[in-house]
Unconditional design. Structure first.
Lengths: 252, 357, 180
């Protein structure tokens, strides 16, 4: 009998995801782990977790990891990358952040890392709200979307507009790669892994800041079933946040 | 012995940092400490070391936090109102047990204040503005020579205790030049191979985090940190005494004010009055015990600071109940000069009780 | 014995150069010295000044209410620092750029057209060194080797420039006080 599936080596053995049922975080982490395995990065990686649900990364991913203060993951990653470089080592450094962490409180650190062309990778899980604190309006909450702090839906008078992160990062000269992916069906999952791999490879090649925004579910706070959450992404959110590659230094 | 050179404090600190192997610097400009970053920018680039003109002080200290996980000697420098921005990361770094050197060349506050010399950050350095039960080691030089010697020491203490350390420098010292000699770093390197993050090769993966959802583990961690602080308090207290033995009066002061205080002591010596000067070199840990011992003989203390009495409370806490402390100080803006201090002391001698001038 | 100095002028007049050379000469003479330059926004508008203390003992007076000597290379410096001269102290003034006025009668004044003298030498940049020469004379002179070394520390390998500056220094040093 042939084994067709196994848990990635870079996932901690005997660990069980503690995310909510139907949350895409677990899948996203698994894809990251698969890419780390395939590129044989495990022994050379330092990951930077952030505040929010994404902080749980180090409970599951079996690589060296530091948790960053809220929003500062790209600054922390910059320090790690540069410190090792000064000692003559090229370590693989990536951040794993939520949209609130990356694009709200940490926007300055994120954008400036991209502008500097910092040779790191950032993975941003965009679930359009502050999940860990119970679903408040975030920088990516779509117009009209109901959250605990926009109970009649996001409107421009009170809340202004959401940020299209991958498009913004693509505008930075130091960015090598910027893409938005989703995880609502097999085709998209396969594509998401492909883009994560590309982003990681670009760092390995030393091309500059690489970025993947992953549109993800938050069934608990969206108050939807896992199935309906994925349908919401497919039917509503990708209209607001179109999928695609916004910058690819090797193919543009 | 090395040749004497005339250097300002900021440059002396930068040179000493490079001399003792600082390989990472992250900073954002603010007067009166900008020369540190300016000097290091070219020197570190020449040596291919890590140097980033950070987008903010928040980013700078977090870059330092990241870099510290590599085991490298890392430094950031800033001033007062911008050090306020770094408090969060200091709390994190304390919990994460990361060695970070932060040089604060003080300016006047509160808020933006101005670039005048001040000692208004004693509380910020020794108590801190971050959350939780944490402590930052804080050293305060009183001469440019000490800027060098203490820079060596703060890097050593940061590594030894895996804790952030602040070098709290009076704005005046950062800007003032004095003849100094730069000897080699006298401190050994600390083996950090057991905890650094450099890739999980031939070992289990490590993670460094302050988040701890398990209440028992969080308590254990905080108690472990506390134990370390007690160790620091036992081992690292440092101070200077000037004519304190058999002194009728003792002036307590830190940083540059301690030098002014020595001038006051010399003045009173010509009048036949014995004035000692007691200067904490480590602000945390504070030399409570030695001060208490001195207060068994000396009954009257004058605490002199360029603020409105921040170290004063520590002096009060230290001395015995039978002694008393008069406070002489003024907030930043105008310098507190020797004659003013003498005038204030004379006034107190005349029986006009005053707590400030 | 502690002596204190302020040197002041506008940007480009070499205030910090001679300040730092003077401080270095003191250092080379094994004296204690502190040297402070104005910084940050204080420099806005082009005013530059520095303050020096010199003593044979450790210096604990870091900031002075008043100083023994003020060197003013222009009118603005004269106006700003006339009140900072100690009683019986001395003010050395570049009369090429400042009026010959003596508003206080408890201090000594030395007026000399440094800029004109420097121009006569063929290089207006020598203004500062002429002033330094005068100051040196008032202090009873320095070990000349140390003066040269002081210049070398600041101007490093610019041999020609050092030579010229030392000529200017000597011009100031040998200026007959009666001529002032």
């Amino acid at each position: 009998m042939q084994q067709v599936y196994s848990i990635p080596k870079s996932i901690k053995q005997n660990s069980t995801f503690t995310f909510c049922p139907g949350c895409d975080h677990g899948l996203a982490i698994k894809l990251v782990a698969q890419v780390i395995d395939e590129l044989e990065l495990k022994e050379n990686t330092i990951a930077v977790a952030s505040s929010g649900c994404s902080v749980l990364l180090y409970d599951f991913l079996d690589v060296d990891c530091i948790e960053s203060p809220h929003g500062r993951a790209c600054a922390v990653a910059t320090g790690i990358k540069r410190a090792h470089k000064a000692q003559g080592y090229n370590k693989f450094v990536f951040t794993y952040q939520g949209d609130g962490d990356f694009a709200s409180i940490g926007l300055a650190e994120s954008l400036h890392s991209a502008l500097r062309g910092e040779n790191i990778t950032a993975i941003c899980i965009n679930n359009t709200n502050y999940g860990m604190t119970g679903g408040q309006l975030g920088p990516t909450t779509a117009m009209g979307q109901i959250t605990t702090t926009s109970q009649s839906g996001r409107n421009k008078e009170y809340h202004g507009f959401p940020i299209k992160t991958a498009e913004h990062i693509a505008l930075c000269e130091g960015t090598s790669f910027s893409a938005r992916v989703a995880l609502y069906d097999i085709k998209n999952i396969i594509n998401a892994k492909k883009q994560i791999k590309k982003a990681f490879e670009y760092q390995k090649k030393g091309l500059g800041f690489s970025f993947v925004e992953i549109l993800s579910t938050c069934p608990t706070n969206w108050k939807l079933t896992p199935q309906d959450s994925h349908k919401k992404i497919e039917n509503e959110l990708i209209k607001v946040y179109p999928l695609g590659i916004f910058k690819d230094i090797e193919n543009d | 012995m090395s040749e004497k050179v005339l250097l300002k404090g900021n440059i002396a600190i930068a040179k000493a940092a490079l001399n003792c192997g600082c390989s990472c610097y992250f900073g954002y400009p603010i007067t009166p400490q900008t020369e540190i970053g300016e000097y290091l920018s070219s020197k570190m680039q020449e040596k291919k070391l890590a140097y980033v003109c950070a987008e903010s002080e928040v980013a700078a200290i977090n870059m330092a936090l990241g870099a510290a996980t590599s085991g490298a000697k890392v430094m950031t420098s800033s001033s007062s109102c911008a050090v306020s921005l770094m408090q969060e990361a200091l709390s994190y770094a304390s919990s994460d047990e990361l060695p970070i050197v932060l040089v604060n060349v003080m300016r006047a506050g509160p808020g933006q204040g101005y670039i005048f010399p001040s000692q208004g950050d004693y509380n910020q350095a020794t108590i801190g503005g971050g959350n939780g039960d944490y402590k930052i080691i804080a050293l305060s030089p009183s001469s440019v020579q000490e800027c060098v010697d203490m820079t060596y020491k703060v890097f050593y203490l940061a590594q030894k205790y895996r804790n952030p350390v602040i070098l709290l420098v009076d704005g005046l010292l950062g800007q003032m030049a004095e003849p100094i000699t730069i000897e080699d770093n006298p401190y050994p390197n600390i083996d950090n191979s057991s905890w650094i993050l450099n890739g999980a090769k031939n070992r289990a993966s490590r993670n460094i985090h302050s988040l701890e959802p398990n209440p028992k583990k969080l308590e254990e961690h905080t108690l472990k940190l506390h134990k370390k602080y007690l160790e620091i308090e036992k081992n690292e207290v440092d101070w200077e005494e000037y004519n304190c033995e058999n002194a009728d009066y003792i002036i307590t002061a830190f940083g540059s004010m301690a030098r002014i205080a020595k001038g006051v002591s010399d003045y009173y010596k010509t009048k036949g009055v014995n004035f000692g000067v007691f200067r904490p070199k480590t602000l945390y840990p504070f030399p409570y015990e030695r001060l208490r011992e001195l207060s068994k003989k000396t009954k009257v203390f004058f605490d002199v600071e360029m603020n409105l009495g921040q170290m004063h409370k520590d002096v009060c806490q230290a001395i015995s109940q039978n002694s008393q402390v008069f406070f002489i100080g003024r907030p930043a803006g105008e310098w507190l000069k020797q004659d003013e201090i003498i005038k204030a002391i004379d006034k107190i001698f005349e029986g006009q009780y005053a707590t400030s001038i | 014995m502690i002596k204190s100095f302020i040197i002041s002028g506008s940007g480009g007049q070499g205030v910090l150069s001679i300040g730092s050379i003077l401080a270095n000469i003191f250092m080379l003479n094994n004296l204690f010295v502190t040297y402070c330059t104005c910084y940050g926004a204080e420099m806005r508008g082009g005013a530059v000044n520095c303050e020096i203390n010199m003593s044979d003992k450790e210096i604990n007076t870091l900031q002075n209410e008043k100083v023994d000597f003020v060197v003013a290379l222009n009118q603005a410096s004269f106006d700003k620092f006339i009140s900072k001269v100690k009683e019986n102290g001395t003010m050395i003034i570049n009369s090429s750029l400042a009026k010959i006025l003596k508003p206080r009668n408890d201090i000594k004044y030395i007026f000399m057209p440094f800029s004109e003298e420097a121009t006569k030498m063929g290089d207006i940049r020598m203004t500062n060194s002429i002033a330094l020469g005068i100051l040196a004379k008032l202090l009873g002179g320095f070990n000349f080797e140390n003066v040269k070394k002081g210049y070398e520390k600041i101007l490093s390998t610019k041999t020609e420039l050092i030579q010229k500056n030392i000529e200017a220094y000597l011009l100031g040093y040998n200026y007959k006080m009666g001529e002032m």
